[in-house]
Structures are given as C-alpha cells and as structure tokens.
Design a protein around this ligand. Structure first.
Ligand code: CAA
Length: 391
C-alpha cells in the first residue's frame, strides 16, 4: 500500500499499443462525438450508432483478453480511452465505463470459462451491452443493506427486488445483479447473478431525469419472481459483496479517468475562449487573473491523471489498488468540479448559456463525486486502508 509509505517508482512511458489506443480514441472522439455532444445532452440520448462504433474500434472490450473477444490491452489503455471520450462527451463516456468496468470486469474475474464464452465474449465484442445493478432505493453507500432477495428454488434461484440508478439499465442486454440470500448475514449473504434482458419478471422501470450526463440512461430495474438458473450465478454464494467491491475498485479508476476527461474539456475550452475573447482592449488570456486559473486547471488535471494512471498500472501489475483508485476518484472528481466552475467563470455570461459547452461540463462534473462511491466513501476507503496498514 502506498497511502503512508512512499510509493514505488513508476515508469510512465506509454507502450506503442497504449499510444495507438489513445490516438484512435482521441481522433474518433474529436471527429464523431464532440460535434454532437451538445445535441446528445439536449436530446438526452447517445446515438446507438456511437456505441456500435465504439464496439468496432474495440473499446467495449478494451482490457479483455482476445481469447474472450476483447482487444487484449490493459487498464492503462482503458484509462487513456476513457479520458479521450469523456473529454468529448461524458454521457458517451459513462456508457462505455459502466459496460467495461462494471459488467465485463466481474465476468472476467469471477466467471467460469463457460460463462465467459456465453456472457463475456459478446459483451467484449460489443455485440451486447452490459450494466451493474447494486444500488437500491434504500441502499446506496451502505451497499450491504440491500433488500433484493435470492431464494434457492430447485436447480435455480428466485430473485425479488428493485435496483436503482442503473447506468445502461434500460438498454443493457445483460445485468450483473447482486442479491441477498440471508439478511442476518449482511455482506456475507450476498450473491451475484447474470440476468439477461427478456427474462420473465425482469422489467425496466422509471428512467431518471438528471442534472448531467443526460445522454446516458439511468434506470430502475424490477425483479418480480425472476427465475435464474444456478449456472448463471457468478462466484460463490456469500462472495457477492467481494465481487461488487472489487469490481468497484476498477470502476472508481474509470470514473477518475472520466473526471480527468471533463477537467481537460474545461481547460481546453477555457484556453481557446480566453485567446479569442477581448476585454479592456486585450485578449482576456493576457490577464494574470485568467492565466492563473488556466495554470491551476492544467496542474490539477495533470495531477489527477497521474493518480489515475497509477491506480490502473497497479491493477495491471496485479497489485492491490483499492486505496489508490479511491484517491484517484476523490481527487479527480474534485478537480473536475473546480475546473468546471472556473470554466463557466472564464466564459462569463456565455458560460451560463446552453449555446456554449461550459455549462454542460459544470452539470456533468458533479456526478463524478457521487456515483460508484461518493467522495465521503472514498475518504472512508482511504482511511480504512491506512489504518489497516498501521494495525
Ligand atoms: N475488494 C474486495 N473485498 C472488499 C473490498 C474490496 N475493495 N473492500 C472491502 N471488502 C470486503 C472486506 O474484506 C470484508 O470482507 P470479510 O468480511 O470477508 O473480511 C467485506 O468486504 C466487508 O468490508 P467492510 O466491513 O469494510 O464493509 P462495509 O459494510 O463497512 O462497507 C463500504 C464498505 C466501503 C462502505 C462499501 O459498502 C462501499 O464501497 N459502499 C459504496 C457502494 C458504491 O460505491 N455504490 C455505487 C454503486 S454503482 C453505481 O454508482 C451505479 C452505476 O450504474 C454507475
């Protein structure tokens, strides 16, 4: 762990494959996503075409081995792609992030070969879309308090309950869902299943209306006597909480990369505007007040990026990275919020208008402090890790 001790040295050189993934994502996001990012937000939907193109580019299974239909790259490459796509559009970014971090990752780690063939490969090839159903109307941060129940029934299980705030929930073909087998056992009673769209009793409920990331869907999912074969159970009974939290470690690094992308969008848009806009007879970029804002944004964005890369590199090396992912998310989401605030400020009155991207960044940035673990939960995770190290 690196929270107290000095961190190990890191080689930050990107491999040729990682650079190629970054370049491909940068060009695609610039040409195909950025021009319609405002429209995606306004209409409240990402064109399915963009999701199909992400599949063609190999992004939907970027860090999944080729054997299971993926691109065979790593977590660092995934972070690079996430930053580029989120720089253009955070709605498109979260669709990719939820699919990769939260649906494909647990299948790779906990699935049997048969489950990988059946569920992971079509997800990694981008033929199917995935989602992750953990939160419930009455349990978010306290994930172990879930009420969705799993009752054994012959060679299968019966699921009942409601899941909340599920990114990709309305369109996903596969849901990685968590349920409780024994409420007294709290986190030790939780079990994970893969439930396919169209399974009787499994329905999509309310679609949420949101402040930001409006192009991605956030749905309620209902399970009413849903029968799931035991063959679709992921991991052991009682292991579900571990499946959820270890998956969220990767997801938090992904959200950190999203926040870096949003912060970079704020910086780049501010930089361009400050060199165009004139006040008091000069470009506003010539005022030190603006220069210092830009310098702070650049420094903080880079620091957030480095924390994100470190968390990803640790994962790629097979080392623990729970606290590092939490640090990256905590810091990067805060940086994105500050950058968005300054971006609106630099744009002045225009920053408050829908015609300019600043207000979209401002609305999109906020969720990075909340989903896949709030900033308060990140602080808790980091503190627990530090205290364990000391204990
Ligand atoms: N990986 C694997 N196992 C872990 C773990 C990790 N990162 N962290 C903890 N565990 C294990 C512990 O080892 C422990 O296991 P044992 O009992 O076998 O020793 C067990 O989990 C319980 O640990 P805690 O006592 O620390 O658990 P807790 O109940 O106090 O909760 C928590 C810990 C950090 C608060 C956790 O509940 C948490 O992270 N909550 C936030 C949930 C969250 O992020 N929700 C977002 C949902 S996804 C989303 O946003 C929707 C979307 O679609 C984007």
């Amino acid at each position: 762990m690196t929270t107290v001790a000095a961190p190990a040295a890191f080689d930050l050189t990107l491999s040729e494959e990682q650079q190629l993934a970054q370049k491909t994502a940068r060009e695609w996001a610039r040409d195909r996503v950025l021009p319609i990012a405002g429209e995606i937000d306004e209409k409240g939907a990402v064109p399915r075409e963009l999701v199909r193109e992400m599949a063609e580019l190999g992004f939907m299974g970027i860090d999944i081995p080729e054997r299971w239909g993926g691109a065979g790259l790593d977590m660092v490459a995934y972070m690079l792609v996430m930053e580029e796509i989120n720089r253009a559009c955070a709605s498109t970014g979260v669709i990719l992030g939820s699919h990769v971090s939260l649906a494909t990752a647990p299948l790779l780690r906990y699935g049997t070969d048969e489950q990988k063939e059946r569920f992971l490969a079509p997800l990694a090839r981008g033929e199917k879309l995935g989602c992750f159903a953990l939160s419930e109307p009455a349990s978010g941060s306290d994930a172990a308090a879930m009420r969705t129940s799993a009752r054994r029934d012959g060679d299968g299980w019966i699921l009942n309950g409601t899941k909340n705030f599920i990114t990709n929930g309305a369109f996903a073909d596969l849901t990685v869902v968590f349920a409780q087998t024994d409420p007294q056992a709290r986190h030790r009673g939780i079990v994970t299943f893969v439930v396919e769209k169209g399974t009787p009793g499994f329905t999509v409920g309310k679609l949420e209306k949101k402040l930001g990331i409006r192009g991605s869907d956030t749905a309620q999912l209902h399970f009413a006597d849903v029968r799931v074969p035991d063959a679709d159970r992921l991991g052991e009974v009682g292991e579900g909480f571990k499946v959820a939290l270890s998956t969220l470690d990767g997801g938090r690094a992904g959200i950190a990369a999203q926040a870096v992308g949003i912060a970079r969008a704020c910086l780049e848009d501010s930089l361009a505007y400050a060199q165009e806009r004139e006040a008091f007879g000069q470009k506003i970029a010539e005022f030190q007040a603006i220069q210092w804002k830009l310098a702070d944004m650049a420094t903080e964005t880079d620091a957030a990026r480095l924390l994100t890369w470190r968390a990803a590199a640790l994962k790629d090396r097979g080392q623990p990275f729970t606290a590092e992912a939490a640090m990256a998310k905590l810091f990067a989401s805060d940086v994105a919020m500050r950058a968005a605030r300054e971006c609106v400020q630099i744009f002045g009155g225009y920053g408050y208008l829908r015609d300019f991207p600043a207000e979209r960044h401002y609305r999109d940035a906020k969720i990075t402090e909340i989903y896949e673990g709030t900033s308060e939960i990140m602080l808790h995770v980091i503190a627990e890790d530090m205290l364990e190290d000391q204990g």
